[in-house]
Structure formats: C-alpha cells, structure tokens
Ligand binder design. Structure first.
Ligand code: ADP
Ligand code: ZN
Length: 763
C-alpha cells in the first residue's frame, strides 16, 4: 500500500518471528489521521475475528500510542519482506460497515481523490461515529423464568437477604441500569454482580428509542398500470430477477406515473427478501412522495435532515441489522448500510442537490451507480428532464432507456404560451411583474375555481439596493455580491453568507437621500398579487417563509385543501407537486438563470421551466402555462414551451461536443481561495505550472485542456478571493493524476485549494 512506504516506524516487528506460513495482513484506515490504508499484521489470536468492517486497536506513530482504526480489507501474502506492526485487538463482534460499502469507499477514495478519513465521514454518519467511544447503556432485568418464580411466590434458594432484596426490587421496577438499582436498594454493586453471575438477572443493551420504522399508514387505492408502465415494469422486472447490475434511465414526462413504477419495482425486490434505497433531491420538499411510500410499504425509514443525533444513529443501526425494507433519503442515504440491497432508485436524477458541495465532494448518482455495480443490482434513474450526462449514456446504450411518453389517464401535457417582455404592449400594461396576459389568465383560473402556481426564482423583496444619484450599489462586506432587500424582515441580506445589515437611510457613498430598491423578488411579487387579487388567498413559499420545521408540509396541506388559491414561490414549488386542481402555472421570468456563466445554464433553465410547467393540468380540468420572458427565442425556453426534451437534448449535446464539455469530456475544477487576491492568484499559477509540467510528461496521448486560472464569476465569498481552473480531459484518470501531482505544491498561509471532480457548481 502506498501509505506504508514512507512510514518507517511501521517496520517494527521483526518479520522472521511470525510462525505462520502465510501472512495475514489487515489494511487499516483512521477517522482522524490522514493517509492510508496502512498495513498491519494479524496475530494468530485475532485470525478468527471477522475484522473486515470492524474497528481495530493498533499502535500508531513512533510512540506506538494505541489508536482505533477501521479494518477495510484483509489480504494474504506468501512472504513478508518488511516488518509490520501487529493488530492489538478488535473492538466489534460484528462488522459495523458491510464489506460492500467498504469496497464502495475504496471506489470513492480513488474516483474523487479523497482521503480515507474523508471517505469514512461519508460512510459513517457523524452521530454514529460519535457513539463509538460511548457505550450503549446496559439495563438489567430479571430473567423470565426467575420472574415467573417470584410472581408465583417462590423463594430462590441460596441468596443473601441483600441479594433477595435487589432481585425483588428489580422485578418490581422493570429494567434499570446497575447504578440506578444499587441506589434504590442502598447497596454496593457486588450483590448485583453476584445475581448476574448466577444468571438470575441479565443485561440488555438499551438504546432508548422506539423502532424508527413506520407504515403502511393508510388504505390506498392502487392504480392499474397503463400499457407503458406495464411494459416498463416487465423490462425492469427482468433485470431485477436476473440479479444483474444495469442502469435504467426512466424518462417519463411530468405526471406519467414514474413514482408508481418505482413502487412496483421495489415491491418485487422486497418479495425476494431484499431491500431498497430511494434517493430524493430533498426529503423535506418531497412529502407527497414519502407519504405514498409510507402508505404502500411496511418498514420504511425516512432519513430527514432534522433527525436528532440519537434518531440518526438508531436508524443507521436498524438499517444495518436488516430491519428496514425501504430507506428514503437525500444524497447521503446512498451510504445506508443496507445488508441485502436489491435496488437503488434516484428520483429527479437531474437535480443538483445530489452533488455534495463540501468535503467529501461526491455525486450521489455516480456513487449509486458504483454501488449498484459492486452489489450487482439495478439502479433506476427517473426524470422528466434527464441530465444530459445520463441521457447521453442512454443514447449510447450504456444505460437502458425506458420511456413514459404520456401522462396517466390520457391526460395531456398543458399548452405553454410565451409572453414576450420586450413587446412595448406587454411592458406598457405592466406596473410590476405581472403582464396583462398573465393577469387575465390568473383572473380566469380563479374565476373557474382553479388554483394557480407562480414561479419567481428570486427571494427577498428587491434584488439590489441602489442610489439613483451616484449609482452606488449596496454590497456584502464579505462577498462581492449585491445585498438583497428583505422587506418583511426589514434588512439587507447576503444570499451567500447570510450577512445582514440595517438599511441605510442615505447613500453611504454620496449621502444623497432616496435610495432605491430595484428588481423583483418573491416578497414584492406577493405584494403586487395582493393588490391585483385582493380576494384570493395567497401563500408564499421560499426559504424565508418556510423556516419553521413543518412549514412546508403545512403549506402544502393548505393548498391541497383548497384554502389557498395562489401559491407563489421560488424553485421550491417547481418540483414534484401533484395537485389536480392546478389549472394555471405562471413563470414571472424565465430568464433568471439563462445567462449565468455556466455551461449548464441552458439545461438548468429548461429543466426548471419544464418541471414547473408539469405542475399544471394534472386533473380532469386540464390546465395551461404562461411563461414571461425577455428571450422568447432562446432554445431552452422554446423547448420547454414545446415539451420538447429530445430536440433540446440533441441541440445542447452538439454544443457540448464542440467544446468538449461533459458528457463528452471529463471535468475537474481546481478552486483556489485566498484572503488576498494575489495570494490566490500566485497559488493558482503555481498549481497550473505543476499541472502543465505533468501534462507535458504524460505526452500527447493524454490530452487535457486547462482553462484558467481565472477569477471565478463570484470573485469574493466570505472574505475569500476565488480563482479557478477547469481541467477537461478524455478520461478521469488523467485528471486524477494531474491533481495528485498538484498536491505537492506548497500552500502559503492564507490560501487554500480544493479539487472538485465532475463539478456542478461553476460559479
Ligand atoms: P410522476 O412521478 O411521473 O410525475 P406520479 O407517479 O406522481 O407521476 O403519478 C401522478 C399521479 O397519477 C399520482 O397521483 C398517481 O397516483 C397517479 N397514477 C400513477 N399511475 C397511474 C395509473 N396507471 N392510473 C391512474 N393513476 C395513476
Ligand atoms: Zn456575503
């Protein structure tokens, strides 16, 4: 192993002293020390322990202090040329991490170029890690047969009075910890110990929480699958039966019954005695989906982000023990220690939230596919707007493609009309954000008893705060970003670092009075709607309005009951909602993300518009969509208006191919941060130098394009200046090689860099 070569203090045990003909070597990694895996010799006394996946005690460093590590693999060697230290002990009777997950960990460490300490962070949730050194409290209870005897009035022979007193006290009280029992009986621990030795009382681990699993909660009507769903189920069912690995991309238009299809596939897997993982973009934003799973399956564990540490730990252990049939969660649920995994489903596979943007940086979709490959199980990716990466692989035949081309129950996709904001007429009739055609449409929908969803993907009241006199724009003190005006809370807020300040009474630069609040956010839209439709019940849904724990569920429930006629909000309202009475969806501005300096800007815009449009017309009343835009001819807007995924994907892929962007090339981003701009710049240049050198050494067979170093579109965030480089190569291996070389570059104080394989955030 690479790590052992530069660790001379590991060569402690004289190799010749070992009695075995074959050496058993444990590969060990650590939660707190970087590097590894490190090799240790397994002494004969530990040869029969399970070891792999268990915590082991080993000597570490020159001082040989004892440390706890994880054994991630065992291997045998015929001859041992170097001296290795020995394992001292094994802490677990059963592996904590299933071997398949350890293999996955190895894949992650290699693919994302991560240290094992970081990988373990992903594999074992923090609350579980924290309990490692803590013992599960043991409670004592009276053995059942003894309890029966006591109840029958029998006396147990050979007990002292003290012991008898303790025994009857415990029989009365029910399970107690030893110390509690001793306190109650005013005795030492020794009579308790003697009773325990005689088997009259016994210890049981106490985790103190009820079983986390729930469901099924309701009687539900189970729809009869339509022909498309039926043949999709048949195809996927075959893969499930053959216990094969295969990635299936389910491209199903909004409302085509994808969720029902997932459920049927999972039923099949459960019938075979296996389990499922379902990944969703954000658990708190998908209550409808989780409700449906709860209604249809027993033993569902829903991994909310607001679980307490104890709950999280409890779930994890319950899952590891095989007590859970279906695990539903956001990206980290891909690491659920499910023992007999039969399928992984990723709903809305195109969503960005599957990418973790802090260390360890990984994409749950790619990790799921790697896990599927290791465990030889199918992975289902579902979306109405598949990521171009997945679509391309399906076109190439790497993934199976299953298409659900129409909505269930012969419902049609809603017609989409564009409102051209450049037209003088549209503007003239508008004081605010809502044009005349949109006003009319809302009015009509309300008149007909329908409900309305309005999307504006900008929270706050105004998007910038500006002095009309000198043009000064109020910016964040820590980021190079204009502060947003939040009127409801009456402050200016940075949407990147949450810095907030009071509103200036006059211009901080020229002292002129009359500062202006420009641009429209959801709060201002809400105001305008109140003025325009004073009798309609409104509900604003954005990160500010939905801070309370169950706010989102309550809001959706109100909308579901019909207590609310107009639901307005950010992209939070664009996805997954299935409300049959929504007859109108309006998009205030299609252009919020279209011109971002990101090669996926068009794809994102298309996805958002298509998803929000998909909320309309899900019931017998039908529905329609109005999109306001300054750029009606933009291909993403046009495609969304025509529900034209395939043509959009084809055009967009052509453009990507021209520049070698993913999925045609592999990308890595090197992001350098510095407290001063020059610091970041000089580190970025040093990194670039080493990377170019290595590239030259690799020769012309391993081409890689290097874009930058250049300032990031968001130059300064949280006091740090940001410089980036993009590396685009044909193969990942090249990127990894270049980045690992760059790690040799000394990093000056005040600067810092990270790498991001398959980056999603380009700002
Ligand atoms: P998607 O996930 O593709 O948007 P859903 O699975 O949420 O679609 O289905 C939309 C609605 O249609 C749900 O209320 C679901 O219960 C219902 N549904 C699904 N399949 C059928 C079917 N074959 N017949 C009737 N209703 C169905
Ligand atoms: Zn800021």
């Amino acid at each position: 192993m690479a790590g052992t070569q530069n660790q001379p203090w590991l060569f402690d045990t004289p190799a010749g002293e070992q009695p075995a003909e074959e050496w058993c070597i444990a590969e060990v990694v650590f939660l707190r020390s970087a590097g590894g895996p490190f090799d240790y010799l397994v002494p004969p006394g530990l040869a029969h322990e399970p070891l792999v996946g268990c915590r082991v005690r080993v000597p570490l460093g020159r001082s040989n202090r004892l440390a706890v590590g994880f054994c991630i693999a065992l291997r045998r060697e015929q001859s041992l040329e170097r001296r290795l230290k020995e394992l001292v002990g094994c802490l677990d009777e059963k592996p904590l991490i299933p071997p398949s997950l350890l293999q996955l960990g190895r894949w992650i460490a290699e693919y994302y170029l991560l240290d094992w300490a970081e990988v373990l962070e992903a594999l074992i949730p923090a609350p579980v890690r924290r309990t490692f050194h803590r013992k599960v409290p043991i409670r004592l209870e009276v053995a059942t047969s003894v309890l029966e005897a006591i109840m029958a009035g029998e006396k147990i022979p050979g007990l002292t009075d003290k012991q008898w007193g303790v025994l009857t006290e415990l029989a009365k009280s029910g399970p107690l910890q030893a110390a509690q029992l001793a306190r109650r009986c005013r005795c030492s621990l020794s009579p308790i110990e003697s009773l325990r030795r005689r088997g009259l009382i016994q210890g049981v681990p106490h985790r103190g929480l009820p079983a986390p699993v729930v469901g099924p909660t309701a009687d539900v009507s189970i729809p009869t699958l339509n022909t498309e769903q039926d043949s999709a189920l048949a195809r996927i069912g075959k893969i499930i039966d053959q216990k094969q690995h295969k990635v299936v991309l389910i491209h199903g238009v909004t409302g085509s019954g994808k969720t029902e299809l997932y459920i049927r596939c999972i039923e099949k897997v459960i019938q075979q005695g296996r389990q499922a993982i379902v990944l969703v973009p954000e658990i708190s934003l998908t209550p409808q989906l989780t409700d449906r799973f709860r209604a249809r399956f027993a033993r569902v564990a829903i991994l909310h982000s607001h679980l307490t540490d104890r709950e999280r730990e409890h779930y994890w252990r319950e899952i590891a023990e095989g007590g859970v049939a279906v695990v539903i969660g956001a990206r980290s649920a891909v690491f659920a220690p499910v023992p007999r995994l039969g399928i992984i489903v990723i709903d809305e596979e195109h969503e960005w939230s599957f990418k973790q943007e802090t260390n360890p940086r990984y994409h749950a979709r790619e990790v799921a596919i790697a896990r599927g490959e290791l465990e030889k199980i199918p992975v289902l990716l579902g979306s109405a707007t598949p990521s171009l990466e997945s679509w391309y692989r399906a076109q190439k035949g790497v993934y199976d493609l299953v298409t659900l081309s129409s909505r269930v129950l012969q419902r049609t996709l809603p017609p989409v009309a564009l409102v051209d904001l450049r037209e003088p007429r549209a503007l003239a009739s508008t004081r605010g954000a809502i044009t005349q055609p949109l006003h009319q449409a809302i009015h009509q929908a309300l008149e007909d008893g329908g409900q309305v969803i309005l999307l504006l993907n900008r929270r706050g009241f105004a998007t910038h705060i500006q002095c009309p006199g000198c043009g000064f724009v109020l910016k964040c003190s820590f980021c190079d970003i204009a502060l947003r005006y939040h009127r409801a809370e009456s402050f200016a807020l940075c949407h990147y670092c949450n810095y907030r300040r009071d509103l200036p009474e006059s211009c901080p630069q020229c002292s002129a009075a009359g500062i202006r609040y420009l641009g429209i956010g959801t709060q201002r839209l809400e105001d305008e709607l109140r003025r325009r439709f004073p009798h309609a019940k409104l509900l604003r849904m954005d990160a500010d309005a939905m801070q309370a724990r169950n706010a989102y569920e309550q809001a959706l429930a109100a909308f579901h009951r019909g207590d609310v006629q107009i639901l307005l909000g950010t992209q939070m309202i664009a996805k997954g909602l299935d409300f049959p009475n929504v007859t109108l969806v309006g998009v205030i501005s299609a252009d919020t993300a279209i011109h971002l300096p990101d090669f996926r800007a068009a794809e994102r815009t298309f996805q958002l518009l298509t998803q929000v449009a998909g909320r309309a017309g899900r019931g017998p009343k039908g529905g329609r969509v109005l999109i306001q835009t300054f750029d009606p001819n933009h291909p993403a807007v046009q495609a969304a208006a025509g529900h034209a995924y395939r043509p959009f994907a084809e055009t967009e892929l052509k453009a990507r191919e021209e520049f070698g962007y993913p999925p045609f090339g592999c990308m890595a981003r090197v992001l350098v941060r510095g407290v001063r701009l020059e610091l970041a710049q000089s580190l970025a240049e040093a990194l670039q130098g080493v990377i170019r050198q290595e590239l030259a050494a690799l020769g012309t067979n391993s081409p890689c394009r290097i874009l930058g170093p250049a300032p990031c579109p968001l130059l300064k965030i949280r006091r740090h200046f940001r410089i980036q480089m993009q590396l685009i190569a044909k193969e990942h291996a090249i990127l990894r090689r270049l980045i690992s070389r760059a790690r040799a570059v000394p990093v000056p104080e005040g600067a810092h860099w990270i790498h991001d394989i398959d980056p999603v955030d380009m700002l």
